[in-house]
Every structure is written in structure tokens, then in C-alpha cells.
Design a binder for this molecule. Structure first.
Ligand code: ASP
Ligand code: MG
Length: 469
């Protein structure tokens, strides 16, 4: 019998209708004789709303909290209405939702009173999205006469350190407890529905696994229970050669290696939470990205073995928008140990994530890419700290740029890939502002002006004939 862990993302459970659809998908899988463990995200957008509500509470906005409470009750109440027919089940769920939302209100009111939001209390607030969605999916399954039980990540046994906002699971206890708590349910033919994203420290304090963390919950469970596959259900058919909104002829990639999928996650493609692949690689459990609105499609399979060998080097190309390029120059940096460290230390301490770096051996300048919305802050921090001190003579920025990234496992060790990537750009008249290729050789990233982004992606898609994949 196959054991499958199925994770449903926020759009898959966005409404009551969607939740019913999800319950049908789970039901079909079980009827085919599979054992299923279900992991769910919060209803689409709810985690963002919770985050905003926590910030408003910190600003002591009591009215906002009241309005927010009503929105949460309405949204989840409406989902119950549409997802569940049985009046008894409905009543049970309505009561449970009310109780949970009351607790949320108390937490937010507490934050309001002290006017302070710690990472710990923020995680507590963020946990409510999944705490509300899992019972709903469980209820929809029961409504279809399937035995099911909902558990929070903590109840399922996921234990983490106390890095609130981005906690790391303690693997040995977590694996042990997941098996101990979920396997007896599977033996009794009960479908466990686990709330994704949330866990707890050893002392039982609620933590989260970082945004998008439900994927990680699913893969931790899949590895612990040695599942045959983990299915990541989302609202697209799988991973594509390029964004079909930019390249209409983009094709679905039937297979990817773990390494390639990790690259895609980093590109911001609709793949998986980057850390989510680790448990799978360790236990060699394949993952499949699937579409809840098109369940007949087999999706993209991510595993260690590739059945179809593709000879060409590049497999996919991505466009990363909303970025900015910063260029720091100064003869003072040449041969001065610690000068780059100084720059990145400043950025790191101020919470500015660096996405891409390039520096020539001349050492007289260094360029890097950050999110565009952080540009103003980054520039003022760098200018105040660095200018006029002999190290740096100029800090310049471009905010009308984007990053293009070509990716594929076969790029490693293949001659002429870079030459083809860049010749294609030259033929399309695209000027390149900055280049980076990590020594993993799995991807080449470069910066072009925003107006050239589409042409740059198209040039690579054409050069490597990705529409014929
Ligand atoms: N609900 C969480 C988020 O939006 C976790 C997830 O969806 O995977 O980040
Ligand atoms: Mg997600």
C-alpha cells in the first residue's frame, strides 16, 4: 500500500468550495487504497492578515482588532457553510472556530495593552491561520464519512529550537514523535490532518517554521513516516520552463532533481520552501507538485533519479523583478581585508537580505542586488556608515533592473553554456549589467534593465529550445 503525504497550500483551501474539492481529492486517494496524511496551510492571505493585525495591535489599534476578529469569523464561518453539509458537524466547527478566534482576540488585546510585539508573541499570532484551517479540512472529510482527526504541528510532534519566526526542527525527537503519534492513526484508518507551518519548542511554546513553512511540515512528516511520495498541491500544474505569463510557450517540466528544485525555490518560482527539500533528500522521498484544480495532471516529480535524460544544459529560466542593484566603489577597498565584511555586516545587522553579489578581482568595486523596497534604507545606512572614511568613495544604485537566471543540473561541467546564454542576449540587443555564477554551476544569474527583462528570458528560452522540452 502506498503511503502519501499531501500538502495543500493557501489557494487550495482558500474558500469552502475549495476545501470540499480538497476533501474529494483526499477521499479519492484513500479509496484507491493509499494511506494519506494531510498537511494544510492557512486559508489564502490569512497569514499576511494575521501579521498585519499583530503590527496594528502593537500600535495599540483596538478598533482594528475588533474589525479583524469579525473578518476572521466571517471568512472561516463562510468556509464552514460551503464545505460542510451535516448540521451537527457544522455546529461543532462553528463553536471551535469561535473559541479559537476568541483566543486570538485575547492575544492581540494583550499585545495592544503592552504595545510590544516580540518574535515569540508574533509567532503565536501567526499560528492561528493553520489552527483554523486544519479543523475545517478535517470537518470536510468527516462530512464525506471519512474518519479524520486534526492535529496542530505541536500535537503531531514537531519540536523546534526557539528561533521564533524561522525555527529549526530538532530532528531526532521530531521524527520519533511524528511516528509515535501519526502511525497509530493510520493503522486505525483515520486520516490525520496536520496544521502546517507551526510547531513548538521543547517547553511547548508555539513557533513557526518560516513563511511558506507548511511545505517543510509536510516533508518532515514524509521523511519521518518514510512515505512513498509527498504531494505538494497548489494552483499551478507544476514547475514550468519559464513563467507562462512572460513566455506563453513555456512548458511543464515533468521531472527535476532535488538540486534543481532547490535552485527553483531560490529563484522564487512556485516550487517549495528551500529547506523543505532537506528531509526528502535525506530519506530519498520523491515529491510531486500538483494542481488541485487539475488533479488529472501528474505534475512535476522531484527526485534523485531522472528517467528522461535531457542533453541540453539549461532547463528553466526565471525573471526576478522588484529588485535593485547597488554598486560600491573606492580604491580604499583594494587589498584591505574586512572591507566587504564591513558592507555585508551593516546590511545584515539592518535586516537587509542580499540576493546576489559580484566583485571583480580588481577589488575596487562590489555590486549586489537587494529587494527594491529596501533600497532607500540600504542606501542611507551605507552612505552614513561608509562615505568619507577613506574606504569607499561612491555608493550608486539602479532601481530599474531585474535579475534573469538560467538553471539546469546539466550546466555543471558543460562547456559553452555561458557563451550561449550571453550570445543570445547580444543577439537580442540586451545589455548585461552584472553577472554571477556560483561554483555549483547549476545556475547563471545576471542583471539587466527592467525593460529588457522579457527579451532576455525569451532569448534563453529560444536558445535552449525550452518549448520543446
Ligand atoms: N501560512 C504560512 C504562510 O503563508 C505557511 C504556508 O502557507 O506554507 O507563509
Ligand atoms: Mg505557501
Amino acid at each position: 500500500m502506498n503511503r502519501i503525504v499531501m500538502k495543500f497550500g493557501g489557494t487550495a483551501v482558500a474558500t469552502g468550495e475549495n476545501i470540499r474539492n480538497v476533501a474529494c481529492i483526499i477521499g479519492d486517494t484513500v479509496k484507491q487504497g493509499c494511506e494519506a496524511v494531510v498537511v494544510v496551510s492557512a486559508l489564502d492571505g490569512v497569514t499576511d492578515e494575521l501579521s498585519e493585525a499583530a503590527e496594528q495591535a502593537k500600535k495599540e489599534k483596538k478598533d482594528y482588532i475588533q474589525a479583524f476578529k469579525k473578518r476572521m469569523l466571517d471568512r472561516h464561518g463562510d468556509a464552514v457553510d460551503k464545505a460542510i453539509k451535516n448540521p451537527r458537524l457544522r455546529k461543532e466547527l462553528e463553536d471551535e472556530i469561535k473559541k479559537t478566534v476568541d483566543e486570538l482576540e485575547k492575544v492581540l488585546t494583550g499585545i495592544c495593552y503592552v504595545g510590544e510585539l516580540t518574535p515569540k508573541s508574533k509567532d503565536y499570532v501567526l499560528s492561528f491561520g493553520e489552527r483554523l484551517s486544519a479543523p475545517l479540512v478535517c470537518g470536510a472529510l468527516r462530512d464525506m464519512k471519512l474518519e479524520s482527526q486534526s492535529l496542530t504541528g505541536k500535537e503531531a510532534g514537531i519540536v523546534t529550537n526557539s528561533d521564533f519566526g524561522d525555527a529549526n526542527p530538532l530532528l531526532n525527537v521530531t521524527t520519533h514523535q511524528l511516528k509515535e503519534r501519526l502511525e497509530p492513526l493510520l493503522e486505525k484508518r483515520v486520516i490525520p490532518v496536520v496544521s502546517g507551518y507551526i510547531a513548538a519548542t521543547q517547553d511547548g511554546v508555539v513557533t513557526t517554521l518560516g513563511r511558506g513553512g507548511s511545505d517543510y511540515t509536510a516533508t518532515l512528516i514524509a521523511a519521518a513516516l518514510r512515505a512513498d511520495e509527498v504531494w505538494i498541491w497548489t494552483d499551478v500544474d507544476g514547475i514550468m520552463t519559464a513563467d507562462p505569463k512572460i513566455i506563453p510557450s513555456a512548458k511543464l517540466l515533468p521531472e527535476l532533481s532535488y538540486q534543481e528544485a532547490a535552485e527553483m525555490a531560490i529563484f522564487g518560482a512556485k516550487a517549495m520552501h528551500p529547506r523543505a527539500l532537506e528531509p526528502l533528500m535525506r530519506e530519498n522521498v520523491p515529491a510531486r507538485i500538483r494542481n488541485v484544480f487539475n488533479p488529472k495532471n501528474p505534475g512535476t516529480l522531484i527526485s534523485s533519479e531522472q528517467t528522461v535524460k535531457r542533453r541540453d544544459a539549461v532547463k528553466a529560466v526565471a525573471l526576478i523583478k522588484d529588485v535593485a542593484l547597488i554598486n560600491i566603489s573606492g580604491a580604499g577597498m583594494v587589498g584591505a581585508p574586512g572591507s566587504y565584511a564591513r558592507i555585508f555586516d551593516l546590511l545584515g545587522k539592518n535586516g537587509i537580505n542580499v540576493m546576489m553579489i559580484s566583485a571583480a578581482v580588481s577589488e575596487a568595486n562590489i555590486s549586489f542586488v537587494i529587494h527594491r523596497n529596501l533600497l532607500g534604507r540600504a542606501l542611507s545606512i551605507l552612505e552614513i556608515a561608509l562615505l568619507g572614511k577613506g574606504l569607499v568613495s561612491d555608493v550608486a544604485a539602479e532601481d530599474d533592473v531585474c535579475v534573469v537566471a538560467a538553471m539546469g543540473a546539466n550546466m555543471k561541467g558543460t562547456l559553452g553554456v555561458a557563451s550561449r546564454v550571453f550570445s543570445a542576449q547580444a543577439r537580442s540587443g540586451v545589455n548585461i549589467r552584472m553577472i554571477a555564477q556560483g561554483s555549483s554551476e547549476l545556475n547563471i544569474s545576471f542583471v539587466v534593465k527592467e525593460k529588457d527583462g522579457k527579451a532576455a528570458v525569451q532569448a534563453i528560452h529560444d536558445e535552449f529550445k525550452l518549448d520543446k522540452i
